[in-house]
Write a protein that binds this ligand. Sequence first.
Ligand SMILES: NC(=O)c1ccc[n+]([C@@H]2O[C@H](COP(=O)([O-])OP(=O)(O)OC[C@H]3O[C@@H](n4cnc5c(N)ncnc54)[C@H](OP(=O)(O)O)[C@@H]3O)[C@@H](O)[C@H]2O)c1
Length: 218
Amino acid sequence: MTTIAVIGGTGKEGKGLALRWAHAGHSIIIGSRDAARAETAASELNDLLNKDAVRGLGNADAAQAAEVVVLSVPYEAHRATLEMIKDGAQGKVLIDVTAPLDPANKKKAYRVPEGSAGVAAQQFLGENVRVVSAFQNVSYTHLSNVEEDLGCDVLVCGNDKAAKQTVIALAKDAGMAAFNAGPIENSVVAEGLTAVLININIAFKIKNAGIHLTGVPR
Ligand SMILES: NC(=O)c1ccc[n+]([C@@H]2O[C@H](COP(=O)([O-])OP(=O)(O)OC[C@H]3O[C@@H](n4cnc5c(N)ncnc54)[C@H](OP(=O)(O)O)[C@@H]3O)[C@@H](O)[C@H]2O)c1
């Protein structure tokens, strides 16, 4: 079992992932800019699961205390949050869930200067942190019911094969099939797909469009 810090775990996507991983038996630390807010979110999850698997800390302490760090914040907060967790993430796998959207129009993908949020994280954190980009295409609405069969797939991009295997295993624990989708540069595709899914959600007045690969062995 792994100790996983979910930075931004007070929010929609991070809280859903935290819930599923805690349900699967992992030890979870919710990270927040405000430790008290993290503790509140942690008790909420423990109450839902009826066990004591989640605790809350400030972002820097959460990253420091974990074996795997998950970053789940809006792109606008990406760089500032990376600064908070840079030291704590050294030597670890960091899973970046960030999907950059145009701040002026959330229906449009945002072109990150570095190429993608995943690449920006890898460049900023340095080679001692194995950044893996994943889960950008999983709607939070899927995650809150731990019994629901998600039926959606996860694209996993990163430069370290073993780190990607770790993330593929964690995705499985959370009820999702995940696939090695190549180096971290390819995360621009997975990140961009989120804006595509938002448009599909709007067109069908739904909240949970996702992706499902065809033709792959399962
Ligand atoms: N929601 C979805 O269904 C979904 C699906 C796929 C991918 N994503 C991606 O996952 C990431 C998180 O999405 P979300 O919907 O969970 O976001 P969110 O609920 O709006 O925010 C998540 C957390 O990020 C922190 N945060 C928010 N604004 C911030 C700011 N300006 N500066 C610093 N920290 C800030 C907050 O934590 P504290 O205030 O506690 O620090 C907040 O609880 C995004 O990149 C999103 O594109 C979301």
